[in-house]
Design a protein around this ligand. Structure first.
Ligand code: FAD
Length: 584
């Protein structure tokens, strides 16, 4: 395998000698509980580092190393062949890596003093013990099934593994299912929306929060909500699940807390997951405040011979320093690798998570990294600012430029990037990945403004949306673009000035705004009162910024509404989602 690149010395460092060199004595035994994202990557990495150890994987399911992330697309028939989901088989583990795999084998207990686990073969019902020198826990997270009437009825599903997905597929086919209710509008819920729509079902989403994608700030989620409605998805927001009833012919009715009810041929529960911490708890391992197993930076638990990785652990958020659980495949894979290195005697550290995530929904991409505004406020952080922008995903003059709605959060006065959220049809993942990388290097908005990114008209712009976001943020930090806060719009005594052209103003504007187009500003600015603060806005924020600069230099107290009327409409949808969605 290729040598690793060592960023500290800027030179290639050779693979070190295996810590545990082959010897004639009994091999060191490393056992893995769970053989999918975290467990499988840990096992494979460990073998690459150390040929001498014995590695055994136990998984209670019938498969290991399957693509959980592909499951919704298997339900949707976009991935038609189930075998495509199997990234590796037990045979491949045995032949390629000399790793033993026991599927259909539940690990039922850990005897720490004896350094042994109890396992039960689910096909024979027989139990046995297996001794270990090192144990890796990667049991994942289980879908939450709230203790409500009807959640265990036939036709109510959660999506965690291949058999779950197979059952959903059969149910749709056998019952000729036409309608589905998805409870929960987060990542998995929305992926299921896309796939059930693809299967021709009519879909309702029941979500307790007043928005879909609860990790996002509501105004960023607003275009997504409109998009879902435009695609025929029925959104029922701000209402929780109360019960599920079975009616004639085995059909179901989902009843919400408000009493609203929704008939369905099948129901998908996608209201989140909980770390599978039962084994660890029973063994007395330290569990954190978020119910994840507590680990150090090498993924070692409170027992020095036991490591834990993946959805089951709590790890620090790189921005807030607070421990958190993050059920995503990237961290699980990287943690598996770190644990393997630690077991092999290398001091590699996991640096923490920042919640970089993406989802595609019916042609729209939604992605985010780092903190959200609501997360910062919850954590009591106040020294931050934000900018909104809506640039095209590539040069406007090149055909088919689609807007990216981007929100960037940064700390004041140092400009450190705290988070970003974006939504659009193209180029969203690329921008969020760039910003995510900058966050990992503790970058500032100045780094974004300066970032040298690839450009040709069909890919981006000479000032890429990432550069623009950094430049806007610099303008705020430098005092060049005093900003008004959208959240104060309803209470402000400022004069709202819409600087778009009269036809744009006539098409729709913020209530109580007056129209003074930027194109007439130089001739007419004296009409504006000097004794009142002026808040300018345009369609996306740029003309409003120009107007603010102009007015400030003529003695006015002026602020710009970041993101302009486009951001206003998003806030309007976010604050009154149901009304706004019906209006449109
Ligand atoms: P898992 O991969 O869940 O593996 C845990 C395994 O342990 C399971 O096979 C389980 O059967 C086994 N196990 C548990 N307890 C025991 C026991 N006592 N004995 C034996 N075996 C046991 N993440 C993304 O980043 N992007 C995505 O697009 C994405 N999409 C997803 C879509 C779906 C439908 C799902 C369910 C998850 C998705 N994820 C996605 C999340 C991602 O799959 C998980 O974060 C990741 O798989 C976690 O890895 P893990 O090793 O901790 O757990």
């Amino acid at each position: 395998m290729p040598p690793d690149f060592d960023s500290t010395s800027m030179s290639y460092r050779p693979e070190p000698e295996p810590t545990h060199s082959p010897n004639p004595g009994p091999a060191r035994r490393i056992l893995m509980v769970g053989g999918v994202a975290g467990g499988a990557s840990c096992a494979a990495r460990l073998r690459r580092l150390d040929e001498s150890v014995e590695i055994v994987i136990f998984d209670r399911g019938p498969y290991v190393a399957f693509a959980n992330c592909g499951l919704p697309y298997y339900v949707g028939d976009i991935i038609a062949d189930e075998r495509k989901l199997l990234v590796a088989s037990p045979e491949m583990f045995r032949e390629r890596f000399n790793i033993q795999v026991h599927t259909n084998t539940d690990v039922t207990g850990i005897d720490r003093p004896a350094r042994a686990i109890s396992v039960r073969d689910l096909s024979t019902g027989q139990s046995r013990t297996e001794r270990y020198d090192a144990l890796v826990l990667s049991p994942g997270a289980a879908p939450i099934r709230p203790p409500l009437p009807g959640v265990d009825l036939p036709g109510v599903f959660a999506v965690r593994n291949i058999p779950d997905s197979r059952r959903i597929r059969s149910w749709i086919a056998d019952r000729h299912a036409r309608t589905a209710v998805i409870v929960g509008g987060g990542f998995i819920g929305l992926e299921m929306v896309e796939n059930l729509i693809h299967r021709g079902l009519s879909v309702t989403v029941l979500e307790k929060q007043p928005q879909v994608m609860p990790p996002l700030d509501p105004e960023v989620a607003a275009p997504l909500m409109k998009h879902l409605v435009a695609k025929g998805v029925q959104l029922h927001l701000g209402d929780g699940l109360a019960r599920i009833d079975e009616v004639a012919d085995g059909r179901l009715v989902v009843v919400a807390e408000s009493g609203a009810s929704f008939p369905a041929d099948l129901v998908i529960l996608a209201i989140g997951v909980r770390p599978e911490n039962d084994l660890a708890k029973a063994a007395g391992l330290q569990i954190g405040s978020r119910n994840g197993i507590v680990v150090d930076s090498q993924m070692r638990t409170s027992d020095t011979e036991i490591w834990a990785v993946g959805d089951v652990v709590e790890v620090p958020d790189v921005l807030t320093g607070q421990d958190t659980v993050l059920p995503l495949a990237g961290p699980a894979n990287r943690q598996g690798r770190v644990a393997a290195e630690s077991i092999a005697g290398r001091a590699t550290n996991f640096r923490g998570i920042q919640a970089t995530a993406v989802v595609g929904v019916l042609g729209l991409t939604v992605a985010s990294t780092g903190a959200s505004e609501k997360g910062l406020r919850r954590a009591g952080v106040t020294n931050f600012e934000k900018v909104y922008l809506h640039p095209g995903h590539h040069a406007a003059y090149y055909p088919n430029a689609h807007p990216i709605h981007l929100k960037l959060l940064f700390s004041v006065p140092d400009g450190r990037i705290l988070g970003a959220q974006a939504i659009g049809m193209e180029g969203v993942d690329k921008r969020i990945d760039v910003i995510a990388t900058a966050i990992q290097f503790r970058g500032t908005v100045h780094d974004l403004a300066e970032a040298e990114l690839c450009y040709a008209p069909q890919f981006g712009a000479a000032k890429d949306p990432v550069n623009l976001a950094g430049m806007l943020a610099e303008n705020v930090l430098d005092g060049d673009m005093p900003q008004a806060d959208w959240l104060e719009l309803d209470h402000t005594a400022a004069l709202l000035v819409d600087v778009r052209e009269p036809a744009e103003f006539a098409d729709g504007h913020i209530p109580n705004a007056i129209n003074l187009p930027l194109s007439q500003m130089r001739d007419r600015y004296a009409e504006l009162p000097k004794n009142r603060e002026i808040w300018t806005y345009c369609l996306v924020g740029q003309r409003g910024y120009f107007a603010t600069r102009f007015l400030a230099q003529h003695g006015y107290r002026s602020r710009n509404l970041s993101g302009g009327y486009t951001t206003y409409q998003a806030f309007r949808t976010a604050v009154r989602p149901t009304a706004a969605l019906r209006l449109d």
